[in-house]
Design a protein around this ligand. Structure first.
Ligand code: PMP
Length: 365
């Protein structure tokens, strides 16, 4: 009996029937460049600080943690700057959970969320899980999204929630500030919550504006971030958002009590205190990212401009053969299901060289 048949025997919700769980393959391969992790390990000094912080809370682990995670919210506000205070911050177990809570509070049956594919593949799944209708907007042929087009589609579709992913996963490209501004205005009629998912913001080219700067006076704007990428803490599960304090109040209505464990809170606070050390590899990752873009162009392939820690590229005759050929050499990259394209995470210098060298062989360059 396969998984679908087994599920069919259960009284599962009708709208979950036939669905497949999200998840990139977790293969045992030496070079993992498939899920946009930071491939640099946690530096020793940060590791020691986290160990100490976790040790400090262990004795009180018989008690529930601070439900308001106040110290963590203060530390996140200080990290973000932009005049933000603890009351503007909310956090959860990964930005996936933050997004889920937004859908629980502002989506749901009879409500509609809008995304612009190709974009982060969890948006439709989170919508579905919360009974929210998911509608898709259009991009240009080269996956761009102009302010005028995005705003027009928001007016047309009257969503309750809009997902703008910047830099966008899987294409890697950041949105101009005017896209957020015009989408926000266009969302006035349907009172849409505008989410700018900035999971990869720290990797953007210098001068790329963050939507954080647009928060003052925009109470329906939410900017989400994560410690999974630049901070190299994907395993710790800590995502967060900045928004008007009322947004955090709304999420208090749907969050599970004590959703952030004392261990998670201690880990994240210690990590933020050691942010210089944890973020030290961001510049190197950006160099590797730019090296991948240049290398792929030199091979005659078509990489999209990237402000993130990964590169989306087309121009291959047989992407699956390339994906397979790389895997056979121990390099796992991602087929994101967009015909003719693949996505690769910028790893360490050695990992990036292994990817480019093997790709050159596969392309006969
Ligand atoms: N947003 C985007 C665009 C992502 O790519 C990811 C992770 N792949 C997430 C959110 C969620 O990350 P996390 O839950 O680890 O914070």
């Amino acid at each position: 009996m396969n998984q679908t048949e087994r599920l069919d025997r259960l009284p599962l919700r009708n709208d979950l029937r036939g669905l497949h769980p999200y998840g990139a393959p977790q293969l045992d391969v030496p070079i993992l460049l498939n899920v946009n992790e930071n491939t640099h390990g946690v530096p020793d000094d940060a590791r020691e600080a986290i160990l100490k912080a976790v040790d400090n809370v262990l004795v009180g682990l018989n008690r529930y943690p601070d439900r308001e995670f106040t110290e963590l919210r203060r530390a996140l506000a200080a990290y973000l700057g932009h005049g933000l205070a603890a009351e503007n911050i909310w956090a959860a177990n990964g930005s996936n959970e933050v997004l889920q809570q937004i859908l629980q509070a502002f989506g749901g049956p009879g409500r509609r969320a809008l995304g612009f594919p190709p974009t982060y593949s969890m948006y439709p799944l989170l919508a579905n899980g919360t009974g929210t209708e998911y509608v898709t907007g259009r991009r240009t042929e080269d996956f761009g999204l102009s302010a005028a087009s995005a705003a027009e589609q928001v007016r047309e579709l009257a969503p309750n929630i809009v997902f703008l992913c910047s830099p966008n996963n899987p294409t890697g490209t950041a949105l101009k500030a005017e896209v957020v501004e015009e989408v926000y205005e266009a969302g006035e009629a349907s009172q849409a919550i505008i989410i700018v998912d900035e999971a990869y913001a720290e990797f953007a080219h210098d001068g790329t504006p963050s939507a954080m700067a647009l928060l003052p006076g925009r109470e329906r704007l939410v900017v989400s971030r994560t410690m999974s990428k630049a901070f190299a803490l994907a395993g710790a599960r800590l995502g967060y958002l900045a928004a008007a304090p009322e947004i955090a109040d709304a999420l208090r209505l749907v969050r599970l009590p004590y959703h952030l464990s004392a261990i998670t809170q201690a880990t994240a606070v210690a990590a933020l205190r050691n942010s210089d050390s944890l973020l030290a590899n961001v510049e190197n990752i950006k160099i590797q990212r730019d090296r991948i873009v240049a290398g792929l162009s030199a091979f005659g392939l078509k990489p999209a401009p990237s402000d993130s820690n990964f590169v989306f590229f087309g121009g291959m005759e047989d992407p699956h053969a390339i994906w397979q050929g790389l895997l056979e050499a121990g390099v796992l990259i991602r087929d994101v299901g967009i015909p003719g394209h693949l996505r690769v995470t910028a790893g360490t210098e050695t990992e990036t060289s292994a990817f480019l060298d093997r790709l050159a062989v596969l392309l006969g360059r």
